[in-house]
Design a protein around this ligand. Structure first.
Ligand SMILES: [Zn+2]
Length: 259
């Protein structure tokens, strides 16, 4: 076959089988594959208790009621995409690390070290909204599409390499998002929280607080370019006329003290 013919077929394949993220980024993975990658990464995390010492729900059900309840509120009231496909399930990791992260397919993780530094449920909701957005906007597989390129596309579509999803999943835990994805996750955090009882600019409260921290927290190394994020988040909340009234702090303190 002539190269131009091959290219033509490839384009047809692209049109029929690939998906675009809601933000219009080109993404060769299907939504179902986002979920599968998340499930594999979650299993990977759970198989490394030294690196990821997980607090099981059975060991602190009240904490999970609070935390998962907050995620459920945000997903339901924020009308988060793929709520019928992704579990949007949150897991606590018992380490003194000021960070939170999400896999594709809506598996969320929050370190107790991050929660210790927060002073309100709004800040936590802001961080959760931001992480939910990375999953809902499919930022990880957008990036993997760029990273692994055309050969991944062909192998995934034809099923020619069954080990490929595992290989791709293995690279997820070291993935870093760029400025555009961070800005988008900040904006979506405002959008999602706008419909909830949490302050829509909760993420700004979080950034303001960690900027004052004597040592830069891990969140900033995996979430670069704090720049004008506080101002941008506040501006979006105002522009959309979202409530920035603060949530009751007592429930948050009870949660934090239980960890
Ligand atoms: Zn982020």
């Amino acid at each position: 076959m002539r190269p131009t013919t091959l290219l033509y077929i490839a384009c047809l394949v692209l049109v029929f089988f690939t998906s675009c993220s809601k933000d219009g980024d080109f993404n060769v993975f299907s939504v179902q594959q986002d979920l599968e990658l998340g499930q594999q990464t979650d299993a990977e995390i759970r198989s490394q208790p030294d690196e990821y010492p997980i607090i099981e729900r059975a060991d602190n059900p009240a904490a999970y009621d609070y935390l998962q309840g907050m995620v459920d509120d945000i997903v339901r009231e924020g009308q988060v995409p793929y709520a019928d496909v992704f579990p949007y399930q949150v897991t606590l990791i018992d380490r003194d690390v000021e960070n939170a992260f999400a896999t594709p397919g809506g598996f969320l993780y929050v370190y107790t070290g991050l929660i210790e530094t927060l002073t309100s449920g709004d800040q936590l909701a802001g961080v959760l909204g931001h992480e939910i957005a990375h999953a809902a906007e499919r930022h990880s597989t957008d990036q993997l599409t760029q990273q692994f390129g055309f050969s991944t596309l062909v192998s995934l579509l034809t099923g020619g390499d069954p080990g490929l999803l595992s290989e791709v999943a293995g690279s997820l835990l070291s993935l870093r998002f760029g400025r555009a994805d961070e800005s988008e996750a900040d904006a979506r955090s405002v959008d999602y929280l706008c419909n909830t009882r949490y302050a829509a600019n909760g993420a700004a409260g979080f950034f303001e607080m960690i900027q004052d921290s004597p040592q830069p927290p891990a969140f900033l190394s995996s979430h670069p370019n704090p720049g004008d994020r506080v101002a941008e988040i506040n501006a979006r909340a105002e522009e959309k006329n979202c409530s920035t009234e603060t949530d009751d702090r007592v429930a948050f303190r009870d949660f934090r003290d239980s960890l």
